[in-house]
Design a protein around this ligand. Sequence first.
Ligand code: NBX
Length: 824
Amino acid sequence: MTELTAPKSSVTAAQFADEIRNELKYTQGVTPEQAKPADVYVATATAVRKHLMDSWMKTQQDMINGNTKAVGYLSAEFLMGKQLRNALLNSGLTDQFYAAVKDLGFDAQEVIDAEYEPGLGNGGLGRLAACFIDSLASLGVPAFGYGIQYRYGIFRQEFDEEGRQVERPDYWLTNEAPWGHIDYARDQRVSFGGEVVEEDGKRVWKPAWSVRAIPVDYMVPGYESGRVNTLRLWQARSYDEFDLLTFNKSEYLDAVKPQVEAENISKILYPEDSTEVGKELRLEQQYFFASASIHDAIRVFYPNQDKPDLTTFPDKICFQLNDTHPVIGIPELMRILLDEYGYDWDTAWDITTKTFNYTCHTLLPEALEVWPVALISKLLPRHMEIINKINDQFMHELEQMTDDEAKVERMRIVTDGENPSVRMAYLASYAGEHVNGVAELHSQLLKDVTLRDFSDLFPKKFTNVTNGVTPRRFIKLANPGLSNLITEGLGTDKWLEDLELLKNLEPLAQDDEFVKKFAKVKYDNKVRFADFAKSEYGFDLDASTMFDTMIKRLHEYKRQALKVLEVIATYADIKSGKVKVEDVTPRTVIFGAKAAPGYYLAKMTIQLINNVSKVINNDPDVMGKLKVVFPWNYNIRVAQMLIPATELDEQISQAGKEASGTSNMKFALNGALTVGTLDGANVEIRERVGADNFFLFGMTVDEVEKMYSDGYDPAKYYEGDPRLKAAIDMVADGTFSNGDKDAYAPLVSDWLTKDWFMTLADFTAYHDIQSQIETLYGDQLEWNRKAILNVANSGYFSSDRSIEDYLDRVWMTGPLPAAKKAAT
Ligand code: NBX
């Protein structure tokens, strides 16, 4: 595959080959003849890091010495994807790499494949964090990403004989991981448990146990910016000594956690998405990285100062809370200021409330984190005192602001009653300077529904920042064919830094020659994916069929069930002769999804899709017309292959449930057409690409709300649409379970009696729009024109734009003075 010329480093291919040889010798201890692709990978990564070193150090110096406020992006997840090609691209060494590796006698793809993908995130939220740190560096904004270096990332998904999801541990650190640098000298102590005692009129926390937080630093090179930021992921290690000196209580043995367990804190990423578990270890993780990161920021910005003036802290850095996971950082900063630095409450509160901002990523009430007071008291007793005091202060303020007692009661951060708990979203909404949702509709619903009381009382806090994706990884690296065509069409590759330039492609949608070239790129990407799917999964895909893709976490609200029921109904139509096989547009339906291990119905849906796939793919009656595949273990690498190959993108969640979505942006930018509901960022995508170039269907938020309040009866829809009835009956009668009628009974029963996300109510509209899709697909020139218009009008969805919006609306800061690219 040819790579487009990257911004050039002055290093020649021959020099780069020498550098790789050098690393092979001095870090790997092998000759080029002995080396394996994995050695060349490590040697290359090491060489690239050295190229970035000067820029990295300069960026840190400028940040500390300058007057530009930095951003600390606190996130429990950073779903980075593989680093090598991205680092080469951003450091301008892509061409040199391909030439050098060839010169050394290696296959570049094998070297790239030697990198194990770090899966340190669940889905959209974690990937967004990765896109944001790429954009921060590319814009030259001084920033840290702060998170956890989990030993095990998101589980590796397999399917068993019966099509069920099986979770396997993802031990991503089995081999050398050259991108992370462990910095033992900049460790932090993080303490837990114990008690709070009164000493000289002061509250003093006597923790029971501590862990050592050790930073692992990853360089985050900006594209063409000359800036290299830091992603600092904390690893938990035990201290050798037992620091239990302060103990005098009888519960000593209970309260003291053996130090050997300390390392569990960073052992595993919780594989949850939108269902809260409330596990103690998870709270430990959250506090662990929040505490270490805040202390680290103080260390960085006030080097060698015993008594720094922390009233200037909000001028040095602001922390963005990526959902509620790091919200425990709020009472932690209060504690640091009060107990470690001796500030009075009001000063500490003033500093804290100027430092934090909160992004909410959900609309599902069950996904808003709530921690039992009992648990926080046990693990972080001093923090619980501080949270109680914040709550008291808040209640007092509220009483001054409103006479509505019910409202004051509703807004409690610490709930009353038998099992009191702390609502982390409320704590963040009160203490945070700004609160934002992740798409227009989502931010509006936060204001109108989820956080309404807060937005009524503090309207200025609330804002929107629509999500975005990095065009470097998701167009340039993922889709070299389209990248070349865009550059050819625009006559420049500046679009990689200013994605709104894509707008200038619009006239080319009317140029048949260009449209044909575009169609060819898409076709080649389909062939590329088919080859990949063959070698990786053993699938036989036909690139002349429509590639229709649904990739996202498996969740009821996302409604994978709607897609699979439509597939089954189409299958039934063909089988029964209702639809002539020659009238069917040949389609390959591709699913990618992981389900949380404890999410019963989601896992059953995976099993159903797999077995529908087995039946349909082996039925000669539909051969060549309909195929369903479910590549297991969907991850960033698969996304980078599949998104460019997709023609139809499914974004079919129930309106009012998907906060934003970000794959919808990646698809539009890669020239897929979307079939979607008016949900999340779909609304804005449709506005921009034009209603004619987007397949809209289904109920709106208002219609959904009305239906909930009128009373929803899914059985009515089952009875009312014969295709839907036929599809559900097939699931119930054992067609997809070797005659076992009970296999999917819980799913069928849920559809017919509950169907909380109204899949059945939207089914008929979904089918109707699919018919329109088939008609348009018959006219390839028209289809591809619309696809080009999607690309041309999606420039807004660059994460660079999202970051600009955060700078203007939330962080009130900007780039460092332009860096000269450090000599490479
Ligand atoms: O965040 C996702 C939303 O569902 C998407 O609509 C949105 O586009 C994306 C970025 O804003 N949320 C998400 O991915 N959540 C999680 O992964 C998650 C992880 C752990 C957890 C709860 C949610 N405990």
